[in-house]
Design a protein around this ligand. Sequence first.
Ligand SMILES: *[C@@H]1O[C@H](CO)[C@@H](O)[C@H](O)[C@H]1NC(C)=O
Ligand SMILES: *[C@@H]1O[C@H](CO)[C@@H](O)[C@H](O)[C@H]1NC(C)=O
Ligand SMILES: *[C@@H]1O[C@H](CO)[C@@H](O)[C@H](O)[C@H]1NC(C)=O
Ligand SMILES: *[C@@H]1O[C@H](CO)[C@@H](O)[C@H](O)[C@H]1NC(C)=O
Ligand SMILES: *[C@@H]1O[C@H](CO)[C@@H](O)[C@H](O)[C@H]1NC(C)=O
Length: 283
Amino acid sequence: MEYLFLFICILNFSYSYKPVVFIHGLMGHSSDGRLINETIQKLHPGTPYYAVNAFTRLDTILPLWEEVEIVKPHLRQYMKAHPEGIHLICYSQGGVVCRGLLSTLPDHNVDTFIALSSPLAGQFGDWKLFHKLFPNFVKDNVYKLLYTKFGQSVFLGNYWKDPHHLSLYRNFSNFLAPLNNDSISANITEYKQNFLRLKKMVLIGGPDDGVISPWQSSQFGFYDDKEVVQGMAKQRFYREDSFGLRTMHGQNRIRIYEIPDIRHSQWVQNLTVIQNVIVKALS
Ligand SMILES: *[C@@H]1O[C@H](CO)[C@@H](O)[C@H](O)[C@H]1NC(C)=O
Ligand SMILES: *[C@@H]1O[C@H](CO)[C@@H](O)[C@H](O)[C@H]1NC(C)=O
Ligand SMILES: *[C@@H]1O[C@H](CO)[C@@H](O)[C@H](O)[C@H]1NC(C)=O
Ligand SMILES: *[C@@H]1O[C@H](CO)[C@@H](O)[C@H](O)[C@H]1NC(C)=O
Ligand SMILES: *[C@@H]1O[C@H](CO)[C@@H](O)[C@H](O)[C@H]1NC(C)=O
């Protein structure tokens, strides 16, 4: 009997990978994480896996603070069921939503935040869906629509960062700008405290993405006013450690992967990335 108990304990111990929660991107759905789940189950059998099936498809064009509030109770429920901590895998726009979640959940127990090609420092570039949604605009003039009160009721307005109109960006962006302290935020101290509860952050992106612009935004880099990309360490929010990025970097808590030959839609489909980068980051 005692031996059996010991055996079960050892078995439990060796298979106790932390649960994984997947958060989809723009126009996405919980099923977008299917191959990630399958691969996790193959390599780390028995890992609890959740995909938040809320705020899907067309809902994802609504304001991101709304998405944060809708996803929050789901995340709270998973965290409560797993006090040992969870991992978050957030794809594309989902990574920006996760920034909002991690900044406003004072008691979160997220261990590792994996951002899979997310516009973490903002977006300044058009792509196919952009032209469908904003047929009368191009990247150089869409600020006229997005930097308005109306523009903030649209997903893209929340993280659009036009390097030629930063004053308007600061005045209007009510999601990314306060989270990155690009605009003065009454809650920045609290955002930082909450975000720093994370143990590790894994930033994945690459030059052939085709949607995230600049692609380095997936690693907190962004355009300067001459549209030259400046890396994470050159950003004001890094230098001032506005939300804990410099602290985490200094403590070796950030992993950065630059992977070529992957289109934006392929990040959740490519087995090489899923096996060698994503699942490897999970423990
Ligand atoms: C994850 O994969 C397992 C094993 O195939 C399956 O039983 C489970 O339903 C999947 N979970 C989700 C949320 O899709
Ligand atoms: C942003 O707001 C400030 C303060 O209200 C104002 O002085 C400034 O002109 C605004 N910037 C733009 C580009 O509208
Ligand atoms: C600050 O946080 C409080 C409580 O979470 C919230 O009600 C308020 O809207 C936030 N203010 C800003 C400026 O983000
Ligand atoms: C946020 O930005 C303001 C200036 O806009 C600055 O005074 C403050 O120190 C910054 N806070 C953090 C935590 O970076
Ligand atoms: C997956 O990604 C790797 C690494 O970038 C690339 O070499 C490979 O061609 C991709 N596989 C598929 C099926 O797209």
